[in-house]
Design a protein around this ligand. Structure first.
Ligand SMILES: [Zn+2]
Ligand SMILES: [Zn+2]
Length: 566
């Protein structure tokens, strides 16, 4: 995003809605599990004490990547590389995201992951030293590494940019079978399959392999995208098979597959090199572009007047559908007067924020949404052909939006409205008496931790509190954990097994930075059953060697309690 958060103080909490049944998302047989869909945005409890400054997913991604202010990455959902997950089905529960520290891939202490891209089958992360790391499907070299079926662990991707010491990678994007790499010097590199010109190097290398089957050139390592030599590109975006780039003067370039006129160039001819989009090339600087975004089969430009314009196919019926795609960039009715702050395109969703009063209004639209990914609430339809205010987010200070294939994420600054939002899961097992004094008859109200529900008397805390504080509150262990650096292990939610630690986590955890080989830090992953009610199940842990592993017994009692007992 061009509106890249330059202010490092910008952080928030992760909200999520839509399909979280990762194994069945996108499958027909999912209907039996649709009860698990989150129809309204809720606070993702497992990460609710983490200060997050980046939420990453993509229109074809059935998983999420979340970056915190300390530079660690958290991943949950259907992992692009099965080895990231512990379970056989490759699913990482949203209640126990894996945490990957920059040092786990071999980066020096203090390095941070700062951005990334999530494609259907591969993932890329960018660090603040300008390095790129990828894993997942690499069958056509889409990660930028020598062709192989799968890259198991995050592996460094290098390219010709490394020859120029001034040149660092600052942004990456990814489609089904390719990736783009933007350098700090404003050049773009591409790797993967040349199909449809998506690598922007002037050719596809198409050849007939056998009747009806073609193969295409594969570019590895990444190769320079043509036509930007005298320009400075400042932002890029990719759909499944096409890309957009924005230069510092506000000109927009499109290339790749042009089906449904998704390039906004008024025809369906694939472009093998970046092609300027006339709509944003006028002399009037205000009509040029401020940000480019790609949906799976559409392109979005936010112009310098902050208007949302779209081309291609983004609906199932009527204007903008297969039969009547937008052949050039057009505004969307009902939001023509909205100034766009943040926008994102998911599988069939479009999410955006726009100023309202002192705060923001969060808006969504999209047809064919089956999972509640618009988050409009339980009493409203799941799909919206026209932009709708996402009412459950009323009053919540949304600072970023991210649309996935079947779910959506929002980043919310803590405020009172956020504290009133439901947490997910709503209930987890916890103690019912003060963890400090072990008494419940003192007459004093109990304060419960937002994350683990651990109860304390405000007066039993150090220092003692006068009463129930406004806004969010975390117990001492969850507070310590939230401020722990990227190398500290991540504590999953005590969904069906481990209970929250009774003592500050810092005393019980070991840094993994001392471990020799790159290690993907894995938290204890509770096995999630299909039923809603947690049952005792085996709990696996791959605690680093040397750390005593205590097998904690699962408790059967799941105790629901008010968020704050007032
Ligand atoms: Zn107490
Ligand atoms: Zn807690």
């Amino acid at each position: 995003m061009t509106t890249e958060q330059k202010d490092s103080q910008q952080w928030g909490r992760v909200l999520i809605c839509g399909g979280v049944n990762w194994a069945n998302n996108g499958r027909k047989e999912r209907s039996a599990n649709s009860a698990a869909d989150l129809l309204s945005p809720v606070i993702l409890r497992s990460l609710c004490n983490v200060k997050v400054n980046k939420i990453i997913t993509g229109p074809s991604a059935n998983y999420a990547v979340v970056l915190d202010v300390h530079g660690a990455a958290y991943i949950f959902g259907k992992a692009p590389s099965p080895s990231l997950a512990e379970s056989k089905d490759g699913i990482i529960s949203e209640h126990a995201p894996i945490k990957i520290s920059p040092s786990a891939v071999g980066l020096p202490e203090g390095a941070k992951f700062i951005s990334g891209a999530a494609a259907r089958g591969h993932i890329l992360l960018v660090d603040d030293h300008g390095g790129v790391w990828g894993c997942g499907n690499n069958v056509v070299g889409q990660i930028g590494l020598p062709v192989t079926m799968l890259i198991n662990d995050l592996t460094r991707v290098t390219g010709p940019w490394a020859k120029d010491p001034e040149s660092k990678i600052i942004q990456v994007t990814a489609g089904h079978t390719f990736s783009l790499f933007l350098t700090s010097t404003g050049q773009v590199y591409a790797a993967g399959s040349s199909e449809c010109g998506q690598l922007g190097n002037g050719k596809t290398g198409e050849r007939l392999v056998k009747a009806g089957k073609f193969s295409y050139d594969v570019e590895v390592p990444p190769r320079l995208v043509q036509g930007f030599e005298k320009k400075k590109i400042v932002q890029i975006s990719s759909g499944n098979q096409h890309s957009l780039a924005l230069d510092e003067e506000g000109y927009v370039y499109a290339w790749g597959y042009a089906g449904y006129s998704r390039l906004g160039l008024q025809d369906q001819k694939d472009r093998l090199v970046p092609t300027i989009v006339p709509h944003f090339a006028g002399n009037n600087i205000a009509s040029r572009a401020a940000e480019v975004l790609c949906g799976p089969t559409s392109s979005v430009v936010v112009d310098r007047q902050k208007m949302f314009l779209i081309a291609g196919k983004f609906k199932l019926t009527g204007d903008g559908s297969t039969g009547q795609p937008y052949t050039y960039f057009k505004p969307i009715q009902d939001i023509t007067s909205c100034r766009i702050i943040k926008a994102s395109c998911g599988g069939c969703t479009h999410l955006l924020t726009t100023p309202e009063g002192d705060g923001v209004m969060t808006v969504g639209f999209g047809q064919g949404c089956l999972y509640g990914e618009l988050g409009l609430g339980p009493d409203v339809g799941k799909s919206a052909t026209k932009p709708q205010k996402i009412e459950p987010l009323n009053g919540i200070d949304i600072i970023d939006v991210a649309g996935g294939a079947f779910f959506s994420m929002f980043l919310a600054r803590p405020n009172d409205a956020l504290s009133n939002l439901d947490r997910y899961p709503e209930h987890i097992e916890s103690e019912s008496i003060c963890l400090q004094c072990k008494e419940d008859n003192t007459g004093e109200d109990l304060l419960e931790c937002e994350k683990c529900d651990a109860p304390y008397h405000p007066g039993c805390l150090t220092p003692p509190l006068d009463g129930i504080p406004d806004g969010e509150w975390f117990c001492p262990p969850c507070t310590v954990q939230a401020d722990a650096g990227p190398d500290e292990p991540f504590e999953p939610l005590p969904i069906d097994g481990p209970k929250p630690r009774k003592k500050p986590a810092s005393s019980a955890i070991k840094s993994i930075s001392s471990l020799v080989n790159p290690v993907v830090e894995r938290a204890v992953t509770p096995k999630m059953g299909k039923s809603a009610s947690p049952k005792p199940e085996s709990v696996r842990s791959n605690t680093p060697k040397g750390t005593p592993t205590s097998k904690r017994k699962a408790s059967e009692s799941v105790q629901g309690s008010a968020k704050k007992q007032k």
